[in-house]
Design a protein around this ligand. Sequence first.
Ligand code: FAQ
Length: 311
Amino acid sequence: DPQELVDAFEARVAADAFIEPKDWMPEAYRRTLIRQISQHAHSEIVGMLPEGNWITRAPSLKRKAILLAKVQDEGGHGLYLYSAAETLGSSREEMIDALHSGKAKYSTIFNYPTLTWADIGAIGWLVDGAAIMNQVPLQRTSYGPYARAMVRVCKEESFHQRQGYDALIVMANGTDEQKAMVQDAIDRWWWPAIMMFGPSDDNSPNSAQSIRWRIKRETNDELRQKFIDATVPQVLLLGMKVPDADLKWNEERGHYDYGALDWEEFYAVVRGEGPTAKERMEARRKAWDDGAWVREAADAYEARRRLKAAA
Ligand code: FAQ
């Protein structure tokens, strides 16, 4: 009886038990998860590009080794996430195709250019910092494979966040020119980073259902506020300024009040009109096309292996 299946599913979610790939689940739950997990995967893979841009220009061997490791981690995160989405019945090809045709989204943040070395520090600290704030609760998301992928991803993101802040501490204690580069990077990355949390709660069409299904454990605005509260003191510790004239500690709320986000910019970037959107998609399509021979070779190998096994 379908109602019994629905009741059993709802009871599992309410008891904070994980839903696993072979469990019955409502079709809309499956679709929401494929959407969110695949978009998360795309973000990791596209997110390799802005930083990859600086690997050959890192200022020292140490910084280069760290950056290489970070970008490789992001590739790994993308792969765990695609695998988690595949357990829901979506194929890798379908997901990649949705990205390349512009049907699937990826995080707005990766549509901004990395102009200086300080941007690499700012991405680690602010972008990975925002990612951690969003992903720590996802370790308890109701779908088992997604939750488990998040455990390792969060550990690696913590390293990413620290290395970014560490790079900026060095520059913030350096020459006037280095200090100015740090402030400039904060000025350009602050607002895009707080936009990563998505639309405000009253404009977030997916939130209510995702919270009911315990896919999302906290709302976009709750996470954004937590991120701002945690990050402002870190800006001040660097001796830098937050580029928000309305930012003010609110004693009564126990939180920072902050200025209005530029939602027009946010939605324009979501629509694919971000400063580097075209370049990012071209790079992804080219990587996919250039890798065709690897997929073909793997298929040919598998066909030969089967032929041999059958003989
Ligand atoms: N960019 O109703 P909601 C990383 C879309 S971290 C683009 O609130 P939802 C690590 C949203 O998809 C970044 N689109 O949606 C890293 C929806 O459209 P749809 C990735 C956005 O799903 C660091 C529509 O707006 N992290 O990659 C954005 O309930 C450094 C309405 O929004 C994740 O994906 C945005 N910022 O909440 C890598 C975390 N915000 O799908 C490299 C997992 C919203 O209906 C270097 N995802 N939209 O067509 C989530 O937690 C959620 O999906 C949210 C959005 C919170 C992003």
